[in-house]
Design a protein around this ligand. Structure first.
Ligand code: SF4
Length: 250
């Protein structure tokens, strides 16, 4: 059965493509780990069945999936694409920092073959992108949660010098150095969700400073719906120009 890129409930992307499942970063509150714990066994069987049909090695697929280690889902390398232009988040259950090199060529083939779609990556370590070539419809995303991690991402971004980028300030855990925001084509911001012990409750001023700075400097800003719990005004939900400038041929 062909794998279909499905619609996403992530407010800043329209679709998700889980080409690589699993991650080695070991964040203490990993949302992806819970999803893979639930569906990983089923996905592993699908992947093993596909590899056996193609006579390629399926060694370690089940073990790696159950240990949340990165697995290239080869059965998802030729996906059925959305009919309309889409912004596809490609690292929902992984971090490109840990993508095996064998995943790169097939990934770029899909990116090149679908110039009317956007393909979006997101990493907690911008150094991951040094080895990734630019492409007109490939968007490099950087996550930061506080002033320190933002500074580190900016340093790495400037070394990697990527063409189209966005910054995800989520979950926001502190005020951030506002001038750093200018380094990105698009800023997304959101608070911490869930009910973990020690959850960071953001100050209203952190959101307002980011909003004011982006508006003054003309940086497109997308405030996630959850920001409405903290601010007493309409949310700003802007998109960069490249989100709307693509047309799929008939
Ligand atoms: S980087 Fe993302 S996928 Fe990897 S462990 Fe952290 S939260 Fe999970």
């Amino acid at each position: 059965m062909s794998y279909k890129i499905v619609k996403s409930n992530i407010p800043w992307a329209t679709h998700g493509w889980n080409l690589v499942v699993g991650c080695l970063r070991g964040c203490p509150f990993c949302y992806a780990k819970g999803i893979v714990a639930r569906y990983g066994a089923q996905w592993a069987e699908q992947e093993v069945g596909f590899r056996m049909s193609q006579r390629i090695s399926c060694a370690r697929v089940r073990e790696d999936m159950s240990a949340f280690k990165p697995v290239i889902m080869r059965n998802r390398l030729n996906p059925i694409m959305p009919k309309k232009t889409a912004a596809i988040f490609c690292s929902v259950l992984s971090d490109p920092d840990y993508w095996p090199v064998e995943a790169m060529d097939p990934f770029y083939q899909v990116v090149r073959g679908n110039p009317w779609h956007l393909f979006m990556l997101l990493t907690k370590d911008g150094g991951a992108y040094y080895k990734w070539p630019d492409h007109a419809n490939l968007i490099f995303g950087y996550t930061a949660t506080d002033a320190e991690s933002l500074k580190s991402q900016v340093v790495k971004k400037n070394i990697g010098n990527k063409e189209k980028t966005f910054l995800s300030l989520e979950p926001l855990h502190s005020a951030v150095g506002l001038p750093w925001l200018e380094q990105f084509d698009w800023v997304i911001v959101g608070p911490e969700n869930g009910s973990r012990k020690g959850k960071v409750i953001p100050k209203v001023s952190w959101f307002e400073e980011i909003r004011d700075y982006c508006m003054e400097e003309g940086i497109p800003l997308f405030e996630k719906p959850e920001v409405a719990r903290f601010v007493d005004r309409p949310l700003v939900q802007q998109y960069p120009e490249w989100q709307h400038s693509r047309t799929k041929p008939r």
